[in-house]
Design a protein around this ligand. Structure first.
Ligand SMILES: NC(=O)c1ccc[n+]([C@@H]2O[C@H](COP(=O)([O-])OP(=O)(O)OC[C@H]3O[C@@H](n4cnc5c(N)ncnc54)[C@H](OP(=O)(O)O)[C@@H]3O)[C@@H](O)[C@H]2O)c1
Length: 313
């Protein structure tokens, strides 16, 4: 994608993934517009436009004739899941998706494609075979990750229900993105490894699905360009691996020999201290990018060792 004057609107684009995507598309010569609740905080060569992420407003004009809209809005899930945070995690995703659908539906010249963030966490906890887009997703109310499943399903439902007949829609079921930006988990993992605390987490058997940030940006570009791809797409590297293998690879890449393991009870205590949830660490996610691979997408970082080595410095 390198057409000049191609406008890409990134809602919630001031965060980790938005900044990476904005830089990627600015480099390609695109005009990038970020919808944010706090304009003036992004130092990149992008235009920031104010919105409140839940009601229509002057920001709608940015969608007219845009090549693409990418919605990355959502309160970070890296927090304790008490009632207020739960509400905000859910509402920030569903409200932003709903209002974007309304705005696109009202466009005289609607965007060609709308990519909406979703999550690979939507698939059920599994130690079984890897799941592509046909994997199981039904929420089980008794599951430890019931809240995440509920959010992911509600988020995708609102997206699916949006009436945008002139605009192709793709839900990005994205795995953990490894990058160096703020809010990426990689710097925290590397810090743990360097402190000698990079052992397995919990049993270490749980699968980790991941993708390098460069491949995330390339996959988004691929999805913008391939008109035949719509609906659900897994955005994950093709080689998810058990947590103990991931941590061992990280220790090797960081050249650290010792890696104290963290038992599940330690993770629970640590999570309380760090004001996050252990579910983010101990859920087994084994997700593969069936549709991306079938469409011919090639990953620059299919294996985690090369991804870690690229990000190590
Ligand atoms: N990073 C990952 O590994 C990963 C993996 C799978 C899925 N995802 C999903 O991809 C999306 C982007 O991820 P990210 O890592 O870039 O997230 P991020 O760094 O937290 O950025 C999300 C953006 O959403 C906006 N936002 C935050 N709280 C909000 C609220 N309460 N109401 C409305 N807007 C709010 C913020 O924009 P303003 O403050 O500028 O308005 C923020 O910059 C998220 O929906 C996330 O769930 C991420």
């Amino acid at each position: 994608m390198n057409e000049n004057e191609t406008r890409i609107v990134i809602a919630g684009g001031s965060g980790f993934l938005g900044r990476a995507l904005a830089a990627h598309f600015v480099k390609k010569g695109c005009e990038v517009v970020i919808l944010t609740r706090s304009p003036g905080t992004t130092e990149q060569a992008v235009r920031e436009v104010a919105w409140d992420a839940h009601s229509l407003g002057p920001w709608q004009q940015e969608l007219e004739g845009a090549a693409a809209v990418v919605n990355l809005t959502g309160k970070s899930v890296n927090c304790r899941y008490h009632a207020r945070n739960r509400r905000e995690i859910l509402n920030s995703r569903t409200n932003s998706t709903r209002v974007l659908g309304k705005a696109i539906g009202r466009c005289a010249n609607p965007p060609k494609v709308w990519l909406n963030a979703s999550t690979a966490t939507i698939y059920k906890h599994t130690f079984g075979p890897a799941w592509d887009e046909d994997g199981k997703i039904e929420p089980t109310p008794e599951a430890k990750d019931a809240f995440s499943l509920e959010v992911a399903n509600a988020w995708e439902r609102v997206f699916e229900e949006a009436q945008t007949p002139g605009t192709r829609k793709v839900a990005l079921r994205t795995a953990m993105v490894l990058g160096m930006g703020q809010n990426s988990v990689f710097p925290a993992l590397r810090r743990l490894a360097r402190m000698g605390l990079g052992g397995k987490m919990g049993t270490g058997r749980q699968f980790v699905s991941w993708i390098h940030e460069a491949d995330f940006c390339r996959a988004v570009e691929w999805l913008l360009e391939h008109n035949d791809l719509d609906g659900i797409v897994n955005v994950a590297a093709p080689n998810p691996l058990p947590n103990h293998e991931m941590m061992r690879t990280l220790r090797q890449v960081c050249r650290v020999q010792v890696g104290l393991p963290a038992a599940t009870w330690m993770l629970e205590a640590g999570a309380l201290f760090l004001r996050t949830e252990t579910e983010l660490i101990i859920k087994s996610r084994r997700v593969v990018p069936g549709r991306l691979l079938k469409s011919g997408f090639r990953f620059s970082f299919p294996a985690i060792r090369a991804a870690f080595e690229d990000l190590r410095t």
